[in-house]
Design a protein around this ligand. Structure first.
Ligand code: 0O2
Length: 276
């Protein structure tokens, strides 16, 4: 195949990867903005390198005419979750999308690979709009925990080094490490609820503090310096208590105080215009 044709073939896949990353990052941010735990921790993506595509074509005896049909992972998205339980939730999110059609699912969690590899793969059909019109592509979405990802990325580099012929003593170690990863994920699942609670609290706390600071900033415009200082000192005192309930209570009091100043300023504006 002519070398410049690669660029033409791969460009829509680059577009698909960029678009899908943005879409999943937006989903994650929407969860977080609504103070809901996000099953998506992070999202990355890549277009398979030409050398990796050629390797796969050679290994699987794929003809150029069938390249886009048979190499399903030219566009690859990786979604990292904190807990094993989140993986199914991400699969459900993909199922519910109107812009992706699931073509195939590979459950390497229930059926781990001989290497010890664990991950959940979903191959979807995704359409990009190009200058030549819409183009439907296959995209492989890999969903795995942070722990599984640590194992897989490390093992992948060894596979590259040994060209698939990893020495037995190394692969035995990797199997052991894969078992340890499995146990680690199980252990983390046991404290999942605790961790999610703590993370939600932290997120809520950050949001409240942000709003309090902006309310205090606004107070500077309307209240006396002495009063703002008093409010500020009280804020630092409450903040040190590390108690979400107290922080919420303080925020409410601050809202009432700010509202009082707002009413006062509207009143005085009305007076001034009545006197004129
Ligand atoms: P890259 O581009 O470097 O990531 P199959 O014939 O269906 O069994 P196939 O066609 O390779 O296998 O598809 P599969 O299983 O979905 O694998 C595609 C990708 O999954 C691989 O891409 C890896 O990213 C990952 N993967 C699969 N098996 C393993 C494994 O044993 N170890 C690790 N670390 N990753 C794995 P590529 O082709 O490696 O290339």
């Amino acid at each position: 195949m002519e070398i410049q044709l690669w660029r033409e073939i791969l460009h829509p896949y680059e577009q698909a990867v960029s678009e899908i990353i943005v879409k999943f990052v937006c989903l994650r941010d929407e969860f977080r903005k609504n103070n809901i735990y996000s099953p998506i921790e992070s999202v990355t993506g890549r277009v398979k390198t030409v050398s990796s595509i050629l390797d796969k074509m050679q290994m699987k005896n794929i003809q150029f005419e069938h390249l886009e049909e048979e190499v399903e992972d030219i566009a690859g998205i990786r979604i990292i979750c904190q807990f094993v339980e989140d993986i199914e939730r991400v699969v459900d999110l993909i199922r519910g999308r109107s812009d992706m059609e699931i073509l195939e699912m590979k459950d390497y969690l229930a059926n781990k690979k001989k290497s010890g590899y664990r991950s959940y793969h979903v191959v979807v059909a995704y359409t990009v709009d190009t200058i030549h019109g819409p183009k439907k592509l296959q995209v492989e979405i890999q969903i795995r925990t942070m722990a599984m990802n640590f194992w897989a990325t490390t093992e992948h580099s060894l596979q590259y080094k040994y060209k698939g012929e990893i020495p037995e003593h190394v692969s035995t170690r990797l199997q052991k490490a894969a078992d340890a990863i499995f146990n680690l994920d199980n252990e983390m699942s046991q404290v999942r609820a605790e961790i999610i609670d703590a993370q939600n609290d932290m997120q809520i706390r950050t949001g409240i503090v942000k709003e309090i600071l902006s309310a205090i900033e606004n107070l500077y415009k309307v209240a006396s310096e002495r009063e703002v200082k008093k409010v500020q000192d009280e804020f630092y005192r409450i903040f040190r208590l590390n108690n979400l309930y107290e922080l919420r209570r303080f925020q409410k009091q601050l809202d009432i105080l700010s509202e009082g100043y707002r009413v006062q300023s509207v009143d005085s504006e009305l007076h001034t215009s009545a006197e004129q």
